[in-house]
Design a protein around this ligand. Structure first.
Ligand code: NAP
Length: 534
């Protein structure tokens, strides 16, 4: 059976919760979880009981009813006996909830409570005819439970629960692998989820490992646990319904990666060419040790079917270093640039590549810009500048590098034969036929609203360029930078960073799917990024 999709709803008002449940149904949810933590206030709250009964009766989808106490991360601060009495009442309804959720800690603490729960739910020795089942749950918001094995053994000893649920705050991507192990070793339907930014993988890949269900919020603002995706993203970006045991796993490794465009374009591309893969954001903290430990864990896990990744800031040099340490195949462009942005994992080979070089080359070709024998000036001396140097040298250009810190420009020039160094004050002049901006100047920034008003070239620099010069900005957010606007206003040919981004992504897509370059959905990639950033 494939994994169910459940939308949790924190209930304040019954009619609002029912409207949210209806919206969840129309978006494609299978179940809703009514969190009645504050709707029901404990013993003597007859209004709360009536409201919960109405909620369950009128729910447009099968539901889970949960009244999570404060000591397990919820908001209910009444006593256990009162909420279990409510569950008994719900269990006896004509149309009862499909599940009630009770914490393992409450269940084991009191034999009396255990007995009462057994009277409210379906289990092998039940005396009454009931159709509500028990989800026995354990949450840990501090990290992996220290007593995980004992808790699990304990949960499995009792046959009352139809479903077991384990959720903890994932501290790294590696925690997902342990959650998948729990799913594979299950003795009954099991939910195993990682909370927080590192846990998204466990939520999306539940169907790959036979997870009973995953939770997705109705809106960005209505999550009931950290790291929960929205139902829209789960269904449309990650294509939850098409994930199956054979699905190969890809991702973008970086820090931060939450706002990366790559999951949107690669997942849409996989769908278009019918590739059985899913592509996820994979946050890995900046340090080399984190990168190495995580990538090796992903590559070495036989169950995950990890097939590749885009690797971005700050890990491009780390990927090349790891490939050298591990003896993986290094494509010559990655070696020459000194950084890699693509990892390709196949059963008999692990390869790293640098598709930024390819992206620059194709962006120039599609704009019909011939640089052979012509002067090209690269602004910046970082990773993108190095990729530009390799691409331009291969195309026969006369390359100069111009950077704010002269030493860094000299270091770049020292690594490539025939690259001239220009001081930052002497930015390109009348001989220049191509300028590539490889600095972040003009890029949109969450911390600085004025950032997009900046340009690495002053009007006087642009005025000095010949009318035949092309200005290429590697920045793709915003889609049209101030530099491109200013250059366009002077009649110069411009190439936006979007062209490079789309073609470097196409290079990765081709390497992973084996698809011919002419079949790569670059137009689809371009449309998605343009629509998202517009
Ligand atoms: P990086 O390695 O950090 O290098 C940044 C370079 O920009 C350095 O040489 C730095 O000079 C210079 N710089 C930074 N701030 C500056 C400022 N305020 N004024 C002048 N120079 C400045 O970064 P990267 O990985 O090369 O990325 C650079 C840009 O390329 C990014 O902003 C990104 O938008 C773009 N990019 C685009 C794509 C694409 O697919 N379209 C792919 C990769 C990168 P110093 O040496 O003085 O520090």
């Amino acid at each position: 059976m494939s994994s169910l999709l459940c939308v949790p709803i924190m209930v304040d008002e019954v009619h609002e919760a029912l409207a949210a449940a209806d919206a969840a149904r129309s978006l494609g949810a299978d179940l809703v979880e009514f969190r009645i933590d504050t709707l029901f206030q404990g013993e003597g709250d007859d209004l709360g009981i009536d409201a919960t009964v109405r909620l369950v009766e009128q729910s447009p989808l099968p539901c889970i009813v949960t009244c999570r106490p404060t000591w397990e991360g919820g908001l209910y601060d009444g006593d256990d006996a009162a909420r279990i009495a409510l569950f008994e009442r719900l269990g006896a309804m004509d149309r009862p909830p499909r599940y009630i959720d009770v914490e393992h800690q409450a269940f084991t603490r009191s034999a009396n409570l255990r007995q009462k729960v057994r009277l409210a739910v379906q289990h092998p020795d039940q005396v009454r005819d009931l159709s509500t089942s028990l989800i026995l749950s354990h949450h840990d918001f501090d990290g992996r439970p220290t007593s995980l094995n004992r808790t699990l053994a304990d949960m499995r000893e009792d046959d009352t629960a139809a479903v077991t649920k384990l959720a903890w705050s994932a501290r790294s991507l590696r925690d997902n692998l342990e959650l998948f192990e729990l799913l594979e070793d299950r003795d009954r339907p099991t939910i195993a989820l990682g909370m927080g930014r590192f846990g998204l993988m466990s939520r999306v890949l539940a169907p790959k490992f036979g997870g009973f269900l995953t939770f997705a919020s109705l809106l960005d603002t209505t999550t009931t646990a950290p790291g929960q995706p929205t139902i829209r993203d789960l269904l449309t970006v990650y294509r939850f319904r098409s994930i199956r045991p054979s699905t190969r796993v890809y991702g973008v490794i970086g820090w931060p990666v939450e706002h990366s465009m790559s999951p949107r374009i690669h997942n849409a591309g996989f769908e278009l060419v019918d590739h059985d893969g899913v592509y996820l954001p994979m946050p890995v903290p900046p340090e080399w040790e984190h990168f190495k430990a995580t990538v090796l864990a992903l590559v070495d896990d036989p169950r995950l079917d990890f097939a590749g990744a885009s690797v971005t800031i700050p890990h491009k040099a780390h990927l090349l270093r790891l490939a050298r340490e591990e003896g993986w195949t290094i494509e010559s462009e990655a070696d020459r640039v000194g950084a890699a942005n693509t990892l390709i994992v196949s059963p008999d080979d692990i390869r790293v590549a640098n598709s930024d070089v390819y992206g620059i080359r194709l962006a120039l070709r599609h704009a019909d810009v011939d640089v052979d024998g012509r002067r090209a000036v690269i602004l910046g001396a970082g990773g993108a500048a190095r990729a530009a140097a390799v691409a331009l040298l291969d195309l026969g250009a006369k390359v100069a590098v111009c950077n704010r810190t002269l030493e860094n420009a000299k270091a770049l020039a020292g690594d490539f034969d025939g690259v001239e160094v220009l001081p930052w004050e002497d930015r390109p002049g009348s001989e220049t036929q191509l300028v590539i901006n490889s600095t972040p100047v003009g890029m949109s920034s969450a911390d600085d609203e004025a950032a997009t008003a900046a340009s690495p070239l002053e009007p006087a620099h642009l005025d000095a360029l010949p009318p035949t010069c092309t200005v290429f900005d590697t920045i793709y957010n915003p889609l049209e930078t101030r530099l491109l606007r200013d250059a366009g206003a002077r009649g110069l040919t411009t190439i936006p960073g979007l062209a490079m981004f789309v073609h470097q992504a196409a290079g990765q897509f081709e390497a992973w799917t084996g698809i011919a370059p002419e079949r790569t959905p670059t137009a689809l990639f371009e449309r998605i990024v343009s629509e998202t950033l517009a």
